[in-house]
Write a protein that binds this ligand. Structure first.
Ligand SMILES: [Fe+2]
Length: 458
């Protein structure tokens, strides 16, 4: 029996395995590329450690890839065997049930298991981060905040995860509109944990949502060490920086970051595709030619039309297919989403495929075809439940931009203006470059219509 870095008992027996386990948890909290190496060491030293197998399975499920579900299932079987043949502690069996819930199509059950652990063992920062990450995937921003805030009193200066908890708090505050407190929490987190890429990135979100991209660039510049150790999350931080340059109208800098960081490695993780597709689409909405950059992502996305793991991933694969003009794969993905919608009760992710996924996908496809009226009607229908797609406000803002642009191009000026105003309210009343240009465009279009005696779209 070994005590972990938070002072809790584990069923690990060797000091080497206990050290590797502590490192696994800290690495996961920091989004470090070394996380699987540390976890691999734990399992090679102590293959009977049920939590190690369960966490491996949970990491696989978070990847949102159909081929990883089998690996997660095998990890669950290994974990269950450890439970039957070993002597896991009550806290540890919660992790095994959490993986089982996700495999049954109930990631909300994963969250419940983590919260049950945290009720008794609040300083278990691994459970905190898994709950946070799963809620992020489910689009549960209020739950994310409540979860972290319930834990704050338990994390004193001795807890090695205190900085990471502040980082999670910063992100949850930002996603619930508390921008000032989010910035403070993120800065505090980073001061306690220099590699807290999540907290650093939460502050970048604050500058995005408060329409201060120049200050955002100032925040990120010189702090590269906070995310250079990361797994593919580092591409996402570079994506944020590219967004800030886009808002500043610094298009050469956007393309430079796109080519040298965001899509440098042509990886096929859905989060990497989402960064790339989101950035190229935003550039195209500004009328900028992105060259042949869509093609590599469209090729990758062609292979993922049958995934059906996460609607967030599917919508970004669809964007890449639209950008690359891969018509047959677009049809395949849409047909699959229509089929998914018929199985709405089978699991929590299928419910999201049905709503808002299907309407959103139909809207994107129509936008790509130049049918802006249909695009607007479908995207605006999906809009009120887009939170369920998961991800952040900054990520889902692309869908908001596409809805607004479809509205303007389709003649729904009043509706587009209303969405722009609601978007501004979420941004503490601010207007970014995107909003300013669209408000100007709406005014110009109205002027043109008045001259021509034309009526708005009905
Ligand atoms: Fe982000």
């Amino acid at each position: 029996m070994r005590i972990d870095q938070f002072g809790y008992e584990t069923s690990l027996s060797s000091p080497e395995a206990a050290l590797a386990w502590d490192r696994t948890v800290l690495a996961f909290l920091a989004h470090a590329a070394a996380t699987p190496d540390h976890l691999g060491k734990v399992l090679s030293l102590e293959p009977g450690f049920a939590v190690g197998h369960a966490v491996k399975g949970l990491f696989c499920m978070m990847l949102g890839r159909s081929e990883m579900v089998e690996t997660a299932r095998a990890a669950h079987e290994a974990a269950q065997l450890c439970v039957r043949e070993g002597a896991p502690l009550p806290r540890e069996t919660g992790y095994v049930r959490a993986l089982g819930a996700w495999l049954e199509g109930r990631p909300s059950g994963t969250v419940r298991e983590m919260e049950a652990i945290l009720t008794r063992w609040p300083e278990d920062a691994l459970a905190m981060k898994i709950s946070h990450a799963t809620r992020f995937i489910l689009g549960d921003n209020k739950g994310m905040r409540a979860s972290v805030e319930a834990l704050l009193p338990a994390y004193d200066a001795r807890n090695p995860a205190r900085g990471y908890l502040f980082g999670c708090h910063a992100f949850a505050l930002e996603e619930t509109g508390e921008y000032g407190r989010a910035e403070t929490a993120g800065r505090m987190g980073l001061s306690l944990a220099a590699d807290d890429a999540w907290g650093l990135h939460a502050v970048a979100h604050v500058f995005d949502m408060t329409c201060d991209s120049r200050a955002g660039l100032g925040w990120l510049e010189g702090r590269e060490a906070a995310w250079s150790h990361c797994n593919n999350f580092r591409y996402h931080v570079w994506w944020h920086k590219a967004l800030m340059h886009l808002d500043q109208g610094e298009i050469d800098a956007v393309f430079h970051l796109y080519d040298t960081e965001v899509r440098r490695d042509h990886t096929d993780d859905f989060r990497d595709i989402s960064n790339g597709a989101s950035l190229l689409m935003r550039l195209e909405l500004e009328g900028i030619d992105v060259g042949d950059r869509w093609e590599e992502m469209a090729e990758i996305s062609e292979r993922r039309t049958g995934d059906a793991c996460l609607i967030f991933a599917d919508l970004h694969y669809l964007l890449a297919l639209i950008g690359g003009g891969h018509q047959s794969a677009i049809k395949q993905l849409l047909a699959r989403l229509h089929d998914d919608a018929k199985r709405v009760g089978s699991c929590e992710m299928m419910a999201r495929m049905a709503n808002p996924g299907r309407s959103a996908a139909m809207g994107l496809e129509a936008f790509g075809s130049g049918d802006y009226k249909t695009a607007f009607l479908n995207l605006s229908r999906a809009r009120h439940s887009m939170q369920l797609v998961g991800g952040s406000h900054a990520q889902r803002d692309l869908f908001e931009r596409l809805t607004i642009d479809a509205g303007i191009k389709g003649g729904f000026l009043d509706e587009a203006e209303t969405i722009l105003k609601e978007r501004s309210v979420r941004r503490a009343g601010g207007l970014d470059r995107y909003a300013s240009t669209r408000l100007d465009l709406i005014a110009e279009t109205r002027g043109g219509w008045a001259e021509a005696g034309r009526l708005p779209a009905e």
